[in-house]
Design a protein around this ligand. Structure first.
Ligand SMILES: [Zn+2]
Length: 493
């Protein structure tokens, strides 16, 4: 009885400690909201018209086999020169691989600060014929409707950002701003194909010239509003890195023969078994320090039980990881994902197949590697009859940039100044962007677009009815202006 008594007292003490932890570390608070935008409507209208003009150039990326539309891309380049004369008077401009643009705004005085870079891309994905009817306005007409909405392919991904950077530069140049460090604008022309001719080449040029960036910001994450289950506050998610990917083929060969006298396996069953084996042995789910800072950022608006769990991760990490991973979207941030996507075997129902294959696509978390994925799959399958091969070329994940580095801090500070006191948290980008090419030339590579993204917005990217409001565009421009002032504006107008 005495032991039981100690246990009860001990348990009670523990609960009191955990509750105290919760109250002390993560007190309850209201869900945060965005600060309303303040902008000059005439000015914003002019910016939207400039973006509308940019949308009309059909800078579509189809494939590396199909050459870019020379007239559209060159037309777009000239359009920037013509539209932003003040910026072009202070910027050095280089055309890379015929269509990409590398701008440098040289520092007015040598302060010894490393350069920074803002990246965006000028190419867009095609608009499929069958989706055309769902566009309220034609995708390349650049129409601003009566509600102040600009419709068009690229308004979000990614001409909207490119034009916002140029608008901010034009405004700063006109005001006589002179940066105290070099600022690069890196505008790729083939991001939608992988950035091999644009961003990859520009990164190499920077490296060869001995340019080491303090940080770079590109697309890839945004301010999420109403997207994360159970979170009411808009959350600015600043991405620290990108997942890689690799596709593996598990194949088996066999003699074949008539199906009336089979062995206890076939080439088909071996391949299928290998695919199932890796599916049932997923990578462990990890609630790492980045997901932890995300949870802490949104904790105040959470009910007591959630805050209790988050405040006491030392005890709840495992349970919470399991809960979070119930959403496949969240799980994707927590580990390397395994997706058994294709199978092929056999030619006829009564013939034993001579060949069978299973195809599995992995999206690699920065803590894993292509080589590690192959080794792990081989170990799980553990069958000499099955050959494990990499299909095409695997892509390694990028490194993870620091969430306390100069770039992150400056971006986060500018978010608070422009969008108000909303939670800010680091994240990971699950799709590819040009940013990954700059991993080796910058101390920090961040992915963030100063745009409020809802569920509806996500459907428009690479989808139908892509659009941006004049207000959102004005906010973007204001953000880039503030960002440049914050990072390179000591003592200039
Ligand atoms: Zn993009």
């Amino acid at each position: 009885m005495r032991i039981l008594g100690y246990l009860v007292v001990g348990l009670l003490g523990l609960i009191i400690f955990m509750v105290a932890n919760t109250v002390a570390w993560l007190p309850a608070g209201e869900a945060k909201s965005l600060r309303p935008a303040t902008y000059d409507t005439t000015d914003a209208r002019r910016m939207a018209e400039n973006l509308a003009g940019a949308v009309r150039f059909q800078t579509v990326s189809y494939s590396y086999e199909q050459a870019p539309d020379d007239v559209a891309f060159k037309g777009f380049q000239d359009y920037l020169v013509k539209t932003y004369p003040n910026a072009h008077a202070v910027l050095e401009r280089e055309v890379v691989s015929d269509y990409s643009l590398m701008y440098r705004w040289p520092a007015g005085a040598d302060t010894g600060k490393k350069p920074i870079a803002l990246a965006a891309h000028m190419d867009v994905v095609p608009v499929p014929e069958r989706g055309l009817a769902d566009w309220p306005q034609p995708p390349f007409a650049g129409v601003i409707d009566g509600e102040g909405i600009l419709w068009g392919r690229g308004t979000l991904d990614d001409k909207g950002l490119l034009i916002s950077i140029m608008e901010a530069a034009e405004k700063l140049a006109r005001a006589g701003f002179s940066p105290d460090r070099d600022i690069y604008f890196l505008f790729g022309h083939d991001e939608e194909l992988g950035g091999n001719k644009g961003a990859a080449v520009m990164a190499k040029m920077l490296q060869e010239r001995g340019v080491r960036l303090s940080w770079l910001m590109d697309e890839g994450s945004a301010i999420a509003a109403g997207v994360i289950p159970g979170v009411k506050s808009p959350v600015a998610l600043i991405s620290l890195g990108e997942k890689g990917s690799v596709t593996l083929k598990f194949s088996a060969n066999d003699d074949g023969g008539h199906s009336s006298a089979p062995k206890d396996y076939t080439a088909a069953s071996l391949a299928a078994k290998a695919g199932v084996a890796v599916t049932e042995n997923q990578y462990p789910l990890v609630l790492d320090e980045h997901l932890e800072s995300f949870l802490k950022a949104v904790a105040p608006e959470q009910p007591f039980l959630n805050r209790f769990m988050i405040a006491n991760l030392w005890a709840t990490r495992g349970v919470l990881a399991g809960e979070l991973a119930k959403s496949p979207t969240v799980a994707a941030f927590m580990h390397t994902t395994t997706a058994f996507t294709m199978m092929e075997a056999g030619t006829k129902s009564n013939i034993l197949p001579q060949y069978g294959e299973a195809v599995v696509n992995y999206r690699i978390h920065p803590r894993d590697t292509v080589e590690g994925v192959v080794a792990r799959a081989t170990e799980i399958i553990a069958d000499d009859r099955v050959m494990v091969e990499v299909m095409g070329e695997g892509r390694e994940a990028t490194s993870l940039s620091s969430p306390v580095g100069e770039g992150y801090q400056t971006i986060a500070g500018t978010v608070q100044a422009e969008f108000g006191d909303i939670p800010i948290a680091p994240t990971l980008t699950v799709q590819g962007t040009d940013a990954r090419h700059y991993d080796g030339v910058a101390d920090g590579v961040y992915r963030f677009m100063p745009l409020v993204v809802g569920k509806d917005t996500l459907k428009q990217i690479h989808g139908t009815a892509e659009h941006i409001s004049i207000e959102a565009l004005a906010r973007q421009v204001s953000f880039y202006e503030a960002l440049m002032r914050a990072s390179a504006g000591s003592g200039t107008p």
